[in-house]
Design a protein around this ligand. Structure first.
Ligand SMILES: Cc1cc2nc3c(=O)[nH]c(=O)nc-3n(C[C@H](O)[C@H](O)[C@H](O)COP(=O)(O)OP(=O)(O)OC[C@H]3O[C@@H](n4cnc5c(N)ncnc54)[C@H](O)[C@@H]3O)c2cc1C
Length: 409
């Protein structure tokens, strides 16, 4: 009988567990999983507001990759091998039923992240993964065909292969280890955040939402669409979060001081909107303009946009001149707002940045700098928009790394 390969997975998060289990399912492997803190799967536990948005109901790799501001190109091949359908099958086989919400987000039917946590823990146990908490890895050197791993405690241990799944946190240690093997680190900055905006048009409107807006970041090529939520401090909702993800690096460089332009009625073309406003002016000639919102935006927001267009809300439609109508049109389709800062989105946040992707073989997740060294999860320069895409990349890269590391030699 051959001696099993000793494989170390660093990091007890989604990617680390998936890598460790996949690897341990292979013959002739002895898998260790070291977690620096006393807690395993802590992000999985709190994710999706305690429900764990485990993946997204998007089963075409070509479509799926469009949800990754960083990593989409590299993940295409990887998703052809392990995609949301495989994630669901993986959890279903291990007793976790899932459901899809209207917007495509998928959760365990229990609405409790513990279902996911338990399935991962059980699978790790069943496959005899040796899990050790409070085992932070400090440094790694490759000497005499072995990885010499130094723990924070000062202990040294030897392994045949190592999978780094230490997450996106700058201080995690994984990035420094990657750097010590010659990897380039794209400096991490936050992604998925909400915008701070102080503007008279928004005062006291917190809680209002608009079903579909188009948001453009001025001075960039970035435009997103989707629901928008007005908050006490500014704006949130899918359209804003998506923009924060795609512009994560540009916005960090501007120190989160930039301006955006909002089209509150993107479903109406320029001609259709002008026609509609003109028609209402005739049909509702005697009614005060603020009486009701003729467009799919909340009444109170409609009133604020009128004031911003210098239209007295009590003015009858018939008295609105073309110049005023033009100003209103501008407020409806190109309303400019100044962003002065950001807040993290409490439901989900990730980092943009990490180990440079061209230095990784995406068929195996193996380092191109050091054979036998693998990477999975957010430690890589991969991040998705909100909706289950971040876990999906952790499952996929973890699975690929586990498969490849578990193969001999
Ligand atoms: C509040 C919140 C909610 C979220 N909700 C969702 C969601 O619903 N859906 C979704 O798709 N995404 C969600 N995300 C994003 C998702 O959680 C992450 O993208 C995903 O957890 C990344 O997994 P990972 O295994 O790469 O890293 P992590 O989960 O960060 O795990 C890395 C682990 O490595 C350990 N570690 C670090 N350094 C060392 C070291 N030197 N030695 C040993 N161990 C080390 C860390 O302590 C940590 O436990 C959420 C994120 C947050 C913060």
């Amino acid at each position: 009988m051959s001696t099993p390969q000793r494989i170390l997975v660093i990091g007890g998060g989604a990617a680390g567990f998936f890598a460790a289990i996949t690897c341990a399912e292979k013959p002739d492997t002895q898998v260790f999983l070291y977690e620096a803190t006393p807690h395993l799967l802590s992000k999985v536990k709190i994710s999706g507001g305690g429900r764990c948005n485990v993946t997204h109901a998007c089963f075409e790799p070509e479509q799926l990759v469009k949800n990754y501001p960083r990593g989409g190109r590299e993940l295409l091949g990887a998703f052809h091998r392990f995609q949301p359908r495989d994630t669901l099958a993986w959890f279903n086989t291990r007793g976790v039923e899932t459901k899809t919400e209207e917007d495509g987000r998928m959760f365990p039917t229990s609405d409790n992240s513990e279902s996911i946590v338990n399935a991962l823990n059980d699978a790790a146990q069943k496959n005899r993964v040796k899990i050790l908490v409070q085992h932070g890895v400090k440094t790694i050197q490759y000497l005499n065909e072995k990885f010499e791993v130094e723990l924070n405690s000062g202990e040294m241990e030897l392994f045949d292969k190592v999978i780094i799944a230490t997450g996106g946190n700058k201080s995690s240690g994984g990035l420094a280890i990657a750097e010590s093997f010659g990897h380039t680190i794209i400096s991490p900055v936050p992604s998925l955040f909400t915008f701070h905006i102080q503007d008279n048009r928004l005062v006291d409107l917190a809680g209002l939402s608009v079903e579909k807006v188009k948001v453009h970041a001025n001075g960039t090529k970035l435009t997103t669409e989707g629901p928008l939520l007005l908050t006490h401090w500014g704006m949130s909702g899918p359209a804003i979060l998506k923009l924060s993800a795609w512009g994560a690096r540009e916005f960090a460089e501007s120190n989160y001081q930039f301006s955006i332009e909002i089209n509150w009625v993107p479903e109406l073309s320029q001609t259709a909107l002008s026609k509609k406003l003109n028609e209402i002016r005739i049909a509702e000639a005697r009614k005060q303009i603020a009486t009701f919102s003729p467009l799919p935006i909340p009444q109170r927001l409609w009133e604020r946009l009128l004031i911003a267009a210098e239209i007295n809300p009590t003015t009858p439609w018939a008295h609105i001149n073309n110049q005023q109508l033009d100003k209103l049109y501008k407020q409806l389709t190109q309303a400019e707002f100044t962003v002065t800062g950001k807040s993290m989105f409490k439901e989900e946040f990730v980092t943009c940045g990490g180990v440079k992707l061209s230095e990784i073989n995406f068929k195996t997740m193996e380092s191109r700098k050091q054979p036998g060294l693998f990477f999975a999860g957010e430690v890589l320069d991969i991040d998705g928009v909100t909706g289950g895409f971040n876990f999906q990349s952790a499952w996929t890269t973890g699975w690929l790394a586990g498969q490849a590391a578990g193969d001999c030699p």
